[in-house]
Design a protein around this ligand. Structure first.
Ligand code: F6P
Length: 777
């Protein structure tokens, strides 16, 4: 729940000890690190008074310093021993206790001593130090300090009070950096991509590479000056600090008081040696995140290997070879995107031989039909994927599938224990148990710090994908995502693929005002990528409230859509070329999952596909003008209809080949792109309150329908239009009793019948006979 927003004066005091909160031996923090960290905040909100720039490690030096420092702070009468005091007027929307808890957990992992005190109505004082006994180099102390300060700042809302005019001053749109970009837009409006693309220096700069992924952004309506201004904006907005805060497990999802740690899902197995978690530990709410993650990964591997080897079987002893993954939104779209990538990947084909994976997401009964029509329930494992285990659609579909199992195998609780798996948040354990699931062996947890749309790297993707393709392939996917995480957190911003894409996203949306963009993978195996990005980005950045408690006054949150090329070319590309301007994102591969070259054809099918991948961005950028058309002899009356203005922005992403690994890379690139845009816009990319109202109203309607069906009452909804529509529906659907469907559609009836009515035998002859995924000969 929200705490009422309070207006505090925040004093960040870096303490040299003697305050009574710390043990005797304390080292002070590096002051230069503090000032650099705070620099990106709005100047007006900060008053920093550095009184020293040295770093003290020896006890003797520290105590002599303490004395001098004490005098200085004493003058301010705050009673604290400090070498640096930064004062900031803030709003804080969380409990002091909760902040203290965060810091206490930080203390366990980083040997940081922090104490938070409410000094008076408007002043919070934060005291920090590091155990002297815990030897740390300068760099490590710097890192620790960064973590502590960013943890705090993630909860701080700069000033403005209740006065919205005052609050407005915090909006990024009021900063000089934003205004410089606004002015710069008028220069860009004078340019055309035709000319920009001739600039050798520009083209030499406008690309970035990492681990085989190549981003070319020279077809954006941007110059090197634009990029400089965007990096200035990034610095102003503390982009790097916000990225660090995310990776460090700070509670940057401030409306839900949660960390955002999907990057941990693909982190190294402890002890960690990579550059992301230098100290090998990541603690959130007292739990060691990486230990938890790897415990579940091991559990996923054990379980899915056992199913695939036949060690775990169904209720009647048959091998489990069909998987129906029941879930919606983030509990569906990511896994489906990954499944489609692997379906045609050679290793994927081999590993999935003899198995099927289907997704049941929509509550539409037709989706039930599609999911299980021809499957043998005795060979089917139902995976219920729901973070909350309350989502109405998923739970009805889960009950439907449970009934389907019972219909065929009898109403025995062992049927559920042997055929139903749950992937859910640890806080849903009781609900999972109540459903009848074996929570010891068939329950796979994930955590509050994994958002639904960021969850494919957890058991959400891990269970269905490993069941179908084996755990090793899922692990390669995680490794690909991890490779991008490393790049994102370590590469300089100017060569950082997700950062560049995110900054250009802000440029296109907020300055050039292109409100939609197209994801165009030139790979049929990526056919579900656009749908995944749609949820990832639109649920993340479809917001308007900033962390200052005031709405944005600049455009945020694009409409994302897309289709694989070349299919899209024959569908909506007409609009891309001649209608509204929409930035386009072309994704292609050096090699196909399946190259195809038939006799007599000069080029392979993949080259043919890629010819389009390269041609379309230039067609969008260049266009075709009237002179060119006239030179081609086009008649004057058709010139206007055949003119392409061009100057339409796009970028091109190239990767070596679509494998599990590169699929992970793509996923992480887009996840981080979304976060970058949210960080610049000062919105929370990790909550989704906007879906709540519709859910509530659907419940109201369900109650109306119940009353009308059961009691024949006329529905009185909130307005006459809704009442009329609902009554029309109830009246005219009366004549479609389920009994009629019973004969017409056996499967639909199955979902309503019990095993006593069993009429439809499952298909036979699918037993794998111990062939580890290979069909028996
Ligand atoms: O659509 C709203 C939403 O909460 C998504 O964010 C989420 O991915 C989806 O519903 C499913 O939620 P759950 O996994 O809790 O069933």
């Amino acid at each position: 729940m929200h705490q009422p927003i309070m207006n505090y004066r925040f004093v960040l005091g870096l303490i040299l000890g003697s305050s009574g909160f710390f043990p005797q031996q304390i080292q002070c923090f590096s002051i230069s690190s503090v000032t650099s960290h705070l620099r990106p905040m709005h100047e007006s909100t900060l008053k920093t008074t550095p009184s020293s720039t040295s770093l003290y490690s020896s006890k003797g030096k520290a105590s002599s310093r303490r004395k001098g420092a004490f005098k200085r702070t004493n003058k301010q009468g705050n009673g604290f021993d400090s070498t640096l005091t930064t004062e900031i007027d803030v709003h804080m929307d969380m409990k002091i206790n909760s902040l203290q808890n965060d810091f206490d957990h930080g203390k366990q992992s980083h040997h940081i001593k922090q104490n938070i005190q409410l000094k008076n109505e408007k002043t919070i004082s934060i005291q920090g130090g590091v155990d002297e006994g815990h030897h740390q180099g300068h760099h490590q102390r710097y890192q620790n300090h960064q973590k502590a300060v960013s943890k705090l700042l993630s909860h701080i809302i700069p000033p403005g009070g209740k006065d919205s005019n005052n609050k407005k001053k915090n909006l990024v749109s009021t900063t000089p950096e934003w205004k410089a970009l606004e002015r710069h837009k008028t220069q860009i409006d004078q340019t055309h991509l035709r000319d920009l693309l001739q600039d050798q220096e520009r083209s030499d700069e406008m690309f970035a590479m990492h681990d085989g992924v190549y981003l070319d952004y020279s077809r954006q309506r941007a110059t090197l000056d634009t990029m400089d201004l965007l990096y200035d904006l990034a610095e102003k907005q503390g982009l790097k600090q916000k990225m660090d805060a995310m990776f460090n497990g700070d509670k940057i999802n401030w409306t839900e008081d949660r960390a955002v740690l999907h990057t941990a899902l693909r982190g190294e197995r402890p002890p960690i040696t990579d550059s992301i978690s230098k100290e090998g530990k990541l603690i959130v709410d007292g739990d060691d995140v990486m230990d938890e993650v790897w415990e579940v990964l091991d559990q996923i591997k054990y379980f899915t290997d056992s199913v695939r080897s036949g060690a775990i079987r169904g209720f009647t002893g048959k091998r489990l070879r069909n998987i129906i993954s029941v879930g919606i939104g983030g509990s569906y779209l990511g896994p489906e995107f990954l499944h489609e990538c692997l379906k045609t990947e050679p290793e994927g084909i081999n590993k999935s031989l003899g198995y099927t994976l289907r997704f049941l997401s929509n509550v539409d009964p037709v989706d039930v039909e599609r999911a299980c029509a021809d499957l043998d329930p005795e060979e089917t494992l139902i995976v219920i994927v729901s973070k909350t285990f309350t989502t109405a659609e998923t739970m009805l579909n889960a009950r439907t599938m449970r009934q389907w199992l019972w219909d065929f195998m009898g109403d025995d609780k062992e049927v559920v224990r042997k055929h139903v798996v749950a992937v859910s948040s640890i806080s849903s354990l009781e609900k999972v148990e109540a459903f009848g699931i074996d929570t010891e062996n068939y329950f796979f947890r994930f955590w509050d710090w994994v958002g639904g749309r960021y969850s494919v790297c957890s058991a959400v993707g891990g269970i269905p994908i490993s069941l179908l393709y084996g755990f090793e392939l899922f692990e390669k996917f995680l490794q690909g995502a991890h490779s991008i995480d490393e790049h994102f957190i370590n590469a300089p911003l100017r060569k950082n693929i997700p950062v560049i894409m995110g900054l250009l996203g802000v440029w296109n949306m907020s300055f050039l005002e292109y409100t939609a963009r197209a994801t165009l993978p030139y790979s049929e195996a990526l056919l579900k990528l656009p749908a995944h990005i749609q949820q990832l980005d639109m649920e993340s950045n479809g917001k308007k409230a900033t962390r200052f408690g005031i709405n944005v006054d600049y455009p945020v949150g694009e409409v994302d859509f897309g289709e694989p090329g070349t299919n899209g070319q024959h569908s909506f590309f007409q609009l891309l070329h001649m209608g509204q301007v929409l930035p386009c994102e072309f994704i292609g591969f050096l090699k196909s999952q399946h190259d195809l070259c038939i006799d007599g054809e000069p080029l392979s099918s993949h080259d043919e596909l890629m010819a389009n991948f390269f041609a379309q961005p230039d067609a969008l950028a260049y266009g075709k003008n009237a002179d060119e058309l006239r030179a081609e002899g086009i008649s004057e009356d058709l010139i206007i209809h055949r003119t392409f203005e061009g100057n339409r922005p796009s970028f091109s992403l190239l990767a070596p080949k679509l494998t599990a690994y590169s699929c992970g890379q793509l996923l992480a690139i887009y996840e981080h792109r979304t976060a970058v845009q949210g960080f610049i816009w000062d919105i929370n990319s990790f909550d989704q309150w906007g879906v709540e109202l519709g859910k509530k109203l659907a419940n109201d309607v369900k109650n109306h329908l119940l009353d009308a069906r059961n009691n024949g009452e006329k529905i009185q909804a909130d307005n006459p239009a809704t009442s009329r529509l609902l009554n029309y529906y109830v009246e005219n659907s009366k004549q479609l009793p389920c009994e009629d469907l019973w004969d017409a559609n056996p499967l639909t009836s199955v979902t309503r019948k019990t095993h006593l009515d069993r009429e439809h035998l499952p298909p036979i002859g699918h037993d794998l006979k111990g062939g580890d995924g290979k069909l028996a000969q």
